[in-house]
Design a protein around this ligand. Structure first.
Ligand SMILES: CC(=O)[C@@H](O)[C@H](O)COP(=O)(O)O
Ligand SMILES: NCC(=O)COP(=O)(O)O
Length: 241
């Protein structure tokens, strides 16, 4: 069954907004695991707008499920953090410093040499690697040339077009997922997945190993509570009886 990795970036956004330690990011990581998350995802950005590098170091020993650290490996601090904390998975995301959020995947053809080198660094350290890609069959397949274990399909386009036409919205993702699987790559997905669009996505993407969900899940938790919300998302990933 597809695993749910809860991205707790937005817990840190709320914490940072007042300068103290409320809500505690560490406690949220501990509790999300207790509440049924299969993993914790964090995306420490260079400006530390939400998750701080110190958060990742502090939480590492409390992760009893899986830790997935996302970020741009062209930042040396990011590479050092990953090698120091040794997460279960690192997800390589080509974000620029000034981006509001992640909004594109890697050009795995153009940057194959760079990606092959950095993937080798993390795999040498025993860390599973996932590369963030747009739902493009060619780019998803080409990721295999980097030595990566997985690709993560960037699902914002799906989320934006799901309501209008779910089957049209998922078409490219099915093709990209198939192209990745044909190359022996395992499949993750994330960005803007939510309680409305998650089940359809998971039911139509065979072999989906993991979804990482943050913004919508934490927003939903403001209304439904974090424990209940994680259970609601997990139920979207379970086959209907
Ligand atoms: C890579 C991706 O799509 C998201 O995981 C990203 O972490 C979101 O970052 P923000 O929480 O900073 O919007
Ligand atoms: N990799 C996607 C992720 O971790 C969370 O993205 P979002 O749910 O915050 O859009």
């Amino acid at each position: 069954m597809t695993k749910l990795s809860v991205n707790i970036n937005k817990i840190a956004t709320l914490r940072n907004s007042r300068g103290g330690n409320n809500p505690s990011v560490l406690q949220a990581a501990i509790d999300c695991q207790q509440f049924g998350a299969d993993g914790i995802t964090v995306h420490p950005r260079p400006d530390e707008r939400h998750i701080r590098y110190s958060d990742v170091r502090e939480m590492r020993s409390y992760i009893t499920t899986e830790l997935n650290i996302e970020g741009n490996p062209t930042e040396d601090k990011f590479v050092q953090l990953v090698l120091e904390t040794r997460p279960h998975q690192v997800t390589l995301v080509p974000d620029a410093l000034d981006q509001l959020t992640s909004n594109h995947g890697w050009d795995t053809i153009r940057h194959v040499t760079y990606l092959r080198d950095i993937v080798g660094v993390f795999k040498q350290a025993g860390i599973r690697v996932s590369i963030f890609v747009d739902p493009d069959p060619k780019l998803a397949a080409a990721a295999a040339d980097t030595g990566t274990d997985r690709v993560e399909l960037y699902t914002e386009h799906y989320a934006q077009h799901f309501a209008a036409d779910p089957h049209e919205a998922i078409k490219n993702y099915v093709q990209a997922a198939g192209a990745a699987a044909d190359q022996g790559l395992a499949l993750n997905a994330g960005h803007d997945l939510d309680l409305k669009n998650l089940r359809f996505f998971a039911e139509h993407i065979p072999g989906l190993a993991e979804v990482s969900i943050g913004h919508a899940l934490i927003s939903d938790a403001l209304y439904y509570g974090l424990h209940n919300t994680i259970q609601m998302y997990q139920r979207c990933l379970k086959p209907l009886a």
